[in-house]
Design a protein around this ligand. Structure first.
Ligand SMILES: C[S@@+](CC[C@H](N)C(=O)[O-])C[C@H]1O[C@@H](n2cnc3c(N)ncnc32)[C@H](O)[C@@H]1O
Length: 278
């Protein structure tokens, strides 16, 4: 798919997901009447702890479509400026806003109108004032250079058709010394292309997960250092069994090629202090 087509498909899928949350259904991306319904759960379920759940409106939690918990791992400090790439219903923006407090600020960028409307409603319910949702694309972030302390994101960068551009933009808006602290789906090692496509459909509706080596290389290329990729959840073929067999795969034969290779990862990197003056 060309890049504009990827964007259209992603926007359409997540627009529908937002409307499902608004109408009281879950936000899972799959067709609710299909096997994808149950198979979304291992990805998006149980990501947030009890204390975090108490800090946000219930509808923000219901709209959660991530694959990790970046605010729990990003070590946010009072006064910091945080940007969430692909903020969806706003869950990680609201949690960040609580962490950075009134002297800090949390921005969310998303390209899907229905998601932005949901996020604004969740902001209103939260009562938080240090929050701003911006309409935009993560390949062209609507913020100025060197303006953000921490970039977070939750299962979005894998959806972009131009990941190099996303990482360049993240680097541009981060202040020197700023942190990249992102949850994303990552592939460990080689997986045959057709199987990769099927698993990606299962994991995130429409996805293009990088291998850990590709992610590292692209971060280095964008200028980042101190890169670390840590597995936070490892997907089992059994979790995807119903979905994969529905897509024509012999699941028992796949186990060896796929087991343990698809993970949710916490990807950390830093913009070097000297980047401002190079
Ligand atoms: C998997 S959902 C994750 C939402 C949120 N981060 C969460 O954890 O619930 C992906 C979100 O990213 C947005 N998105 C995907 N690609 C994007 C792009 N290129 N630019 C801006 N937003 C994008 C979608 O509109 C959707 O809201």
């Amino acid at each position: 798919m060309s890049e504009p087509n990827v964007k259209e498909v992603v926007r359409d899928k997540y627009g529908q997901a937002a409307l499902r949350v608004t109408s009281g259904e879950g936000g899972c991306c799959g067709n609710r009447a299909s096997a994808e319904d149950a198979s979304c759960d291992p990805i998006t379920s149980n990501l947030y702890e009890g204390t975090q759940k108490d800090e946000i409106p219930d509808t923000a939690l219901k709209a959660s479509l991530g694959c990790g918990n970046p605010t729990a791992l990003a070590e946010l400090k009072p006064g910091e400026i945080v940007l969430d790439l692909g903020s969806g219903g706003g869950i990680d923006v609201l949690l960040s806003a609580r962490r950075v407090g009134p002297t800090g600020k949390a921005y969310g960028v998303d390209m899907t109108d229905e998601m932005l409307a949901l996020a604004e409603e969740n902001k209103r319910k939260s009562g938080l004032t240090n929050v701003e949702f911006l309409k935009g694309e993560i390949e062209d972030i609507p913020l100025s250079d060197n303006s953000v302390d921490v970039i977070i994101s939750n299962c979005v960068i894998n959806l972009s058709g131009d990941k190099d551009r996303v990482l360049q933009e993240a680097f541009r808006v981060l202040k020197p010394g700023g942190r990249f602290a992102v949850s994303d789906v990552v592939v460990r090692g080689h997986v045959p292309v057709e199987i990769k496509k099927s698993i990606e459909l299962w994991v995130g509706c429409v996805a293009g997960a990088l291998t850990d080596e590709e992610y590292r290389a692209k971060l280095v290329q964008a200028g980042f250092d101190r890169i670390d990729i840590e597995a936070t959840r490892v997907y089992s073929v059994d979790d995807a069994r119903a979905f994969l067999s529905g897509h024509g795969h012999d699941v028992d034969a796949l186990v060896k090629q796929v087991e343990g290779k698809f993970i949710s990862a916490f990807v950390r990197a830093n913009k070097p202090e000297a980047a401002c003056c190079a």
